[in-house]
Each structure stands twice: as structure tokens, then as C-alpha cells.
Design a protein around this ligand. Sequence first.
Ligand code: F3S
Length: 79
Amino acid sequence: AHYTIVDKDTCIACGACGAAAPDLFDYDDEGLAEAIVDKNFGTSPIPERMKDDLLDAYEGCPSDSIKVSASPFHGTVEK
Ligand code: F3S
């Protein structure tokens, strides 16, 4: 399984992830991205059918703010 979380400290609100993966990423009031599936905690596995969109968003983020891992993130992005 894949898990994802957005590092809001580095997200520049460019909007590419929501375009690449509209079912996976949305934006908060400041325009910063967050994972929809688990409110950006990174603890819920991404459905297999969304994997291609996830990897598109991951590769397309200009600030490398989208983190993807085979293990859950536990709600925080490790620095
Ligand atoms: Fe932010 Fe990257 Fe998405 S900069 S809006 S996480 S593509």
C-alpha cells in the first residue's frame, strides 16, 4: 500500500497536485494542499485505483512537498 501526506511547511500552493489527483488532494483556507483521504495525517492507505494519480502528483510537485511511503506517516512529516 501507499500512504501520502503533504508537507505544508514547504507547499507553495501551486495547485498542481489537485489538478493531477483531484480525488486525493484538496486545499485548506490558505491554499495549501492536504491529502483528502485522512485529513493529511498520512495514515490511510491510498486505494490502488488512485495510485497512478498519486505518483503523478508526487512527481509533479515543484517543491517536493508531497510525501509518499509504503508505511503510514502518523500525522507528521519527518524532517
Ligand atoms: Fe503544494 Fe506541491 Fe501541491 S506545492 S499545492 S503540494 S503540487
